[in-house]
Write a protein that binds this ligand. Structure first.
Ligand code: ZN
Length: 104
């Protein structure tokens, strides 16, 4: 569910909202992909970066990866959600080395 307050603040059109709804469906689809079905983790992570940049663009924000949050909200990710939320915008992240998506 998109924030109605933010929609008004950013002066989004119905078309913008429709595109954002589609991007969120795609995010949910990617979140539901099992690790076994991924061709490569690097390709998957790049798709998430591209998707989140597209979301920022549609929200009329700067496309800045320092403010991306979905990469660690993926249910497959075991990196600390709270620590990374607290570091939003800094460019510093806490990565769990055993995370199947972001670890070594
Ligand atoms: Zn992770």
């Amino acid at each position: 569910m998109l924030s109605k307050i933010l929609i008004e603040k950013q002066k989004l059109t119905h078309q913008d909202i429709n595109v954002l709804d589609c991007l969120h469906l795609l995010k949910d689809y990617l979140f539901n992909e099992s690790l076994n079905s991924l061709n490569s983790i690097e390709e998957y992570n790049q798709k998430m970066i591209n998707l989140e940049s597209a979301m920022q663009y549609m929200w009329k924000f700067d496309t800045n990866p320092k403010y991306h949050t979905h990469w660690f909200l993926d249910p497959k990710c075991t990196c600390s959600k709270q620590d990374n939320m607290d570091r939003q915008g800094t460019g510093y992240y806490i990565v769990n080395q055993s995370c199947p998506l972001h670890g070594d």
